[in-house]
Ligand binder design. Structure first.
Ligand SMILES: Nc1nc2c(ncn2[C@@H]2O[C@H](COP(=O)(O)OP(=O)(O)O)[C@@H](O)[C@H]2O)c(=O)[nH]1
Ligand SMILES: [Mg+2]
Length: 278
């Protein structure tokens, strides 16, 4: 059952909601990870609603809190460079592979850069995905500088006139300043040859309000242009996505809904809101 279906059903035919209903809606919004700030804003706006059009009004309220920034990916160039960042285990490498497959299927050419050089397993993971998808993966020698692998991948994409270079990076704790600074370095080194057109922050949709803190700190370290929200296949209702959009004005560009390569789609705000109401 969607987040608001019960509430809207109750409100039908009433001119105002009772105090109990507001408490109930507040609890539901918090349980869905909208967070205290957005929940308070939505409740304040929702209190002006009359019963009959509660659903469409609530939908309008939520819609007004979504980011107005472009959700489309930067257009293909030669190459358009996409840096993928985030904390450990959120699904960066998987999302890089999914995005490569998505672009590949749309007849775009792609080169991947395995700039998570911390762990050999991370490089192998991306190489395996690359082979499966059918795109070239640039890797460095063991323990090589992430920035130099990223630079090489972009150089390769430039030489081959590829549309996109997607760079996977190591997971980093958003609270570790030196690791966050390294992201800036990777970006600067790439930009000696080609501008970075997208920095996509991967957020695990099940991590709740911590996702909001991650988004805040990553945006301070590097200019994040959009989000990929993963693991929206589970029971989590993913309301943190709305909180991030509302409070940081970052557009969600893609969502991940499973471990498979096809479990990935551009974010569709109407569909997302439908899910909250259906
Ligand atoms: N259920 C689910 N699992 C995912 C999704 N995206 C990634 N994963 C899983 O999350 C785990 C960590 O993914 P990985 O890409 O290695 O994360 P990274 O450390 O950020 O690179 C793996 O087991 C993935 O299969 C998703 O959208 N849904
Ligand atoms: Mg990884």
């Amino acid at each position: 059952m969607g987040l608001f279906s019960r509430f809207v059903a109750k409100l039908k035919g009433e001119s105002t909601a009772s105090a109990l209903d507001w408490d109930e809606l507040t609890t539901e919004l918090l349980a869905a990870d909208l967070g205290p700030i957005l929940t308070e804003q939505v409740i304040a706006e929702a209190k002006k609603i009359k019963g009959d059009d509660a659903e469409s009004s609530l939908r309008d309220i939520l819609h007004s809190h979504l980011s107005k920034k472009a959700r489309e990916l930067a257009p293909p160039a030669s190459p358009s460079v996409i840096l993928v960042v985030g904390v450990n285990g959120v699904g960066k490498t998987t999302s890089v592979a999914k995005l490569a497959s998505y672009l590949h299927q749309a007849s775009h050419s792609v080169v991947l850069g395995a700039a998570d050089t911390f762990r050999a397993a991370a490089v192998d993971q991306l190489a395996t995905w690359g082979a499966r998808v059918g795109v070239e993966v640039i890797t460095g020698k063991d323990q090589s500088e992430p920035a130099s692998v990223a630079f090489d991948a972009v150089k390769r994409a430039t030489e081959l006139n590829r549309h996109y270079a997607i760079i996977d990076t190591a997971g980093r704790l958003h609270t570790k300043n030196d690791l966050m600074a390294e992201l800036g370095k990777i970006k600067r080194v790439i930009e000696k040859s080609v501008p970075v057109t997208e920095v996509l922050l991967v957020i695990d949709g099940t991590t709740g309000q911590n996702g909001l803190i991650q988004a805040k700190l990553f945006s301070e370290a590097v200019e994040v242009t959009g989000l990929i929200v993963t693991k929206l296949d589970g029971s989590a209702r993913g309301g943190v996505a709305l909180a991030i959009e509302s409070q940081l004005d970052l557009p969600i560009k893609f969502i991940g809904t499973g471990e498979g390569i096809e479990d990935f789609a551009p974010f569709d705000s109407a569909h997302y809101l439908d899910g909250l109401f259906s």
